[in-house]
Structure formats: C-alpha cells, structure tokens
Write a protein of this length. Structure first.
Length: 547
C-alpha cells in the first residue's frame, strides 16, 4: 500500500470485534475501510478443524503467547496467556464455546456503571442479529446472522452422566444457557458451522473482502495512532521493514483486545501521563484509566481417571488421528468436528450470590503436557471458572518500543473472596462427579489429589495450579466517570475520531465466555459509528432462581 493513502475508517486488529466492524462499515458503499492485522491469514488447516484447537491455541506463528507478570498470590508464577495473532484473532484459536453471559451482567452495567443503554434487553437484539443458531430463531436466539452457532452433537456417555449428575446433585439443568434458563448444567453451543470452526474472520470478514471499498493488510506492526489537535487522524505502522502512514477521514477504531488496546493508546500518548513519561512518551492526553481495571476468569481443572474406554484418549494415536482427519476432510463429521468441551454449566457456589458465580467446562478428555507435546490419557476433566472476580489488575508498558510485549498484572486472588469462591468450586465439582450417574465411569481423581480436602490444602492447590481461562477484559472500560476510558458509544474520552471496540471496554467482566459478547459489542458499535438508530430492545423472559 502506498504511504499516506486515505480511508474513511481505519480498524486496527482483525480479531473478533474488528472483523464484525469491517463487515458492517463496508456495507456502506460510499465509505472506504482499511483493516490492519498483525498476524497472517488464517490459512492453517488445523485452525478450521474444531478438534485441532489443541494444536493451534499455543502455536507461536499465530499467537502472541503472552505471559503475565509474576502473580504474587499464585506462588509467583507467570501464567501463560495465549492471544490470537492471526486473521480472526482469538476466535481462530479459542475453544469455540458460545456463551453470552447472564442477562443480569448487562443489567448491572446499566444500574451500577451508568450505562443506561447497555441493559440486556438492549443487547439481546444485537446478539440475535449476529447469530445464526441451528436451534432456529426464537425469542432468545438469532436465525439469520453471519456467525454460525451449533448445539453440541458429539455422542458420549460421559456427557449423559454429566447432565444426569446435574439433576441428582440439585445443581440443575438447562436446555439452553443462552436462552430462557441461564442456570444449571447443559450441552453447550459452539461457533461451529457444518463441522468447521466459524471464526469471526470466516463469519464476518472473508465474505466482505470482495467489496471494492474494503482493504486488508496483514503482518502489520502498528506503532501509534496519529493525533493532531486532539483528533485521531491516522495510523503509523511498519510492514516488511517499511514505516508507513495512512490517514483516517472519519475515525480510527482500535480493536486489539484487552492487552494490546491499552498498549497502543499509551504508545500514542493517551494514558497515565506519569507512566508515559517514564518511557519517554510525550503525553497527548492524560487519561489515567487506560490499562486499569483488568479482569479475567481464573480457572481450576479437576480430572479423573475413567474406568471405561469412552474418553477420546485414542485420538492421540497416529493412526486414529489420521483417520479422524480423513473423516473430517471427507464428511465434516466425527470427532474432528467437535471442540471436545461440549458440556458445561452456570452454577451457584454459595447461597449468597444472586445468580451463578461459577462456570463448568466438561470434556471426555485429559491431557498431560511435556513441553509442546500432548499426551491424552483415559480420563475426563471438569474446569471450574470463578465468574465475577473482585481482584483487578492493570496493563502497563515495558518500553516505548511497539514490538515489545506489554506487562499484564492481573493480581489474581488479591481479593481473598476470590480464593474462597474457588475453594467452593472444588467442593461443588467434586459433589457433581460423586453423583451416582458417574459411578460406572469415575476412577481415582487425578487432580486435585484425593487427599486434598481441607480448606488450607485446597487453597494451596489453587494457588499452585490455577490458570487463566483466556478471558482478559475491562482494561479500557466504558463509562461516564473519571475511571473510564471510553463513553457509552466507545469514543475515547478527550480525543475526537477515536474509539476502542473490543473486550477491553467491558466495565465488568461477563459471567461466561467472552467471544459472543465481544461480537455483540462490535455489532452495536457499528450502528453507533454509522449514526444509525439502535435496534429496538427485546424483552425476552428468563428463569432466575428464587431465593
């Protein structure tokens, strides 16, 4: 691309939000749109095979492969934090679970954060607009959107046992955690269409690339947003060793995610002024909230040997792996078409929370890692996420060099209530697996050790093993006060022509996986940017536990 070329809109980052925006903004033929991506095209076959997730989610060629800073409450461990560096971003390397979170999450945004236009009834029409569910359209689900969403289909007796144990334990069941009853255990939805991963790139961006008003550049290292007279006017970036500049006639939209978006703002002179000066960056706009309020879902993994050979351990054998791949290539069916984590739940860890505070991801698999090698054993796993942590961290610069990774301090478990909830999660998950439904499958527990039973011992195990569930968010929070970075329409406070649109704008983390909410946020942002009236609220009914 020639230097100093002009576009109406420049989108930085072709991840979940950026792909949605590129599609929607380029629908207007008279608007020119450029989208810049740091990584390559999504040409690796394993990206598109759902069961290939274990091979791609740490692949350094398509992944930023961040590490957190040493976490004081996690025994000073650096936690691995994979982030997509490829067309589609993390939607091209994630486990494809489609979960919107709980309706009360969004109502809390409205009531507690001053975001009156972000209640669930106002978000629901955009979830529906984005989605094409194989359940069909109804009051809660969309049937004609670009994002393919499929209900779990893999038949395995362990999934049946999991659902039965939900009823036996009193933890409950749901037909659709994104529908009428967002509580209990259930078969999950995934962003899979016709047996193939439906990433944001597949759903939104690639169908739009044939438009003459949409341009895509890959392998781009963005240096900074160019700010002139408190207005974003373009982007400086490097590609193939050459530094280039492009101008934005209307807006620059940053969609780099909860780690990279605050880094780019700070590299551009927008952020805490004192911190910027420490790195010899001239502050253009002193915005203290940039990088603050960082939140994530901490997860613990329970695993059990399985007494019957019904797990997917045989997939680790070369011949079975080959046969699975051939079946997928020829039919788009079989184990290759599954993301493995096809069951889960939203459950109550205690009686003091108004809606589920723990999340399950259950699969007929358990893997042992030796470096980059994966060994599947005859076992099943139950992940437990703490959904609404009180611990918060921040993103900071390591240097003014755009090629350097930023520093991510999550401060996991810095609020002791988070540790208590994860101890409850261990006990609740053990209770679930102890139900009669699992009697014919349940072998010795692999982790935590069966002798880990006291609160003190469970706490020590959590500190030693807990990890991220890959949901960093909230570091450029949306709001109307001094502790926010963007306003309710995602415009950066104090700078014209600049927005941030991705998971970083969430004021509070959502009680579930973040890919679906991120795409919903981008769908709404597209209408804000285009000056269109927001879709009419949808008042769907929901079942909530009665205290």
């Amino acid at each position: 691309m020639n230097d100093n070329k002009e576009f109406d809109y420049i989108i930085v980052g072709a991840g979940s939000a950026g792909c949605v925006l590129a599609n929607r903004l380029s629908e207007d033929n008279d608007h020119s749109v450029l989208i810049l991506e740091a990584g390559p095209m999504d040409n690796k076959l394993l990206i598109h095979i759902p069961a290939g997730v274990y091979s791609v989610y740490k692949d350094p060629s398509i992944n930023w492969n961040y590490l957190t800073e040493p976490e004081a409450e996690l025994d000073q461990r650096e936690v691995e934090l994979p982030r997509g560096k490829v067309l589609g971003g993390s939607s091209s390397i994630n486990s494809m679970v489609y979960m919107r979170g709980h309706p009360l999450d969004y109502d809390r945004w409205a009531s507690e954060c001053g975001l009156d236009q972000w209640s669930y009834s106002q978000c629901l029409p955009y979830f529906k607009k984005c989605e094409s569910s194989d359940r069909g359209e109804n009051a809660w689900r969309g049937g004609s959107g670009p994002l393919g969403v499929s209900q779990a289909k893999l038949q395995n007796p362990l999934f049946d046992a999991f659902l039965e144990a939900g009823a036996q334990s009193g933890q409950g069941n749901s037909d659709d955690l994104n529908g009428y009853k967002p509580e209990g255990v259930a078969r999950l939805d995934s962003t899979i269409r016709n047996g193939r991963r439906c990433s944001a790139a597949v759903a939104h961006l690639k169908p739009a690339l044939s438009r003459p008003n949409l341009w895509l550049e890959t392998h781009v290292l963005v240096h900074r947003v160019i700010i002139e007279n408190n207005r974003a006017t373009g982007i400086e970036y490097q590609q193939k060793g050459e530094v280039k500049h492009v101008r934005a006639n209307k807006e620059v939209i940053v969609c780099c995610g909860a780690i990279k978006s605050p880094q780019l703002l700070m590299l551009s002179g927008i952020g805490p002024a004192e911190h910027l000066r420490e790195h010899d960056i001239v502050p253009i706009h002193d915005l203290a909230a940039v990088g603050q309020n960082l939140q994530d879902h901490l997860t613990i993994i329970g695993a059990y040997h399985c007494t019957k050979p019904v797990t997917i351990h045989r997939l680790g054998r070369p011949l079975n792996k080959l046969l699975t791949g051939v079946q997928w290539l020829t039919t788009r069916k079989g184990l290759g078409a599954s993301n493995v984590w096809e069951a889960g739940g939203l459950v109550f860890g205690n009686g003091n929370v108004p809606y589920p505070n723990l999340q399950y991801h259950f699969g007929p698999a358990y893997a042992e890692y030796s470096g980059t090698k994966i060994k599947l054993i005859q076992a099943f796993s139950l992940h437990v996420d703490q959904l609404r942590p009180k611990s918060k961290g921040y993103v900071a610069l390591n240097s003014a060099n755009p090629a350097d990774k930023p520093a991510a301090f999550f401060n996991y478990l810095s609020d002791n209530s988070d540790l208590r909830e994860l101890v409850e999660g261990v006990r609740l998950s053990r209770e679930l697996i102890s139900q009669p439904a699992f009697d014919e499958f349940r072998g010795l527990q692999i982790q935590p050790d069966p002798e880990v039973t006291s609160d003190r011992d469970i706490e020590a195990w959590v500190r030693a093993t807990a990890s991220t569930d890959f949901h960093p968010s909230c570091s450029c929070r949306m709001g109307i006060d001094d502790n926010s970075v963007v306003d309710p329409e995602m415009k950066v406070h104090g700078i014209d022509g600049l927005r941030v649109v991705d998971a970083s704008v969430m004021p509070q983390i959502i009680s579930g996986n973040l890919n679906a909410p991120t795409q919903m946020i981008a769908e709404r942002a597209a209408d804000f940017i285009r000056g269109r009236e927001q879709l009419a609220p949808v008042k769907a009914s929901f079942h909530f536990r009665q205290d």
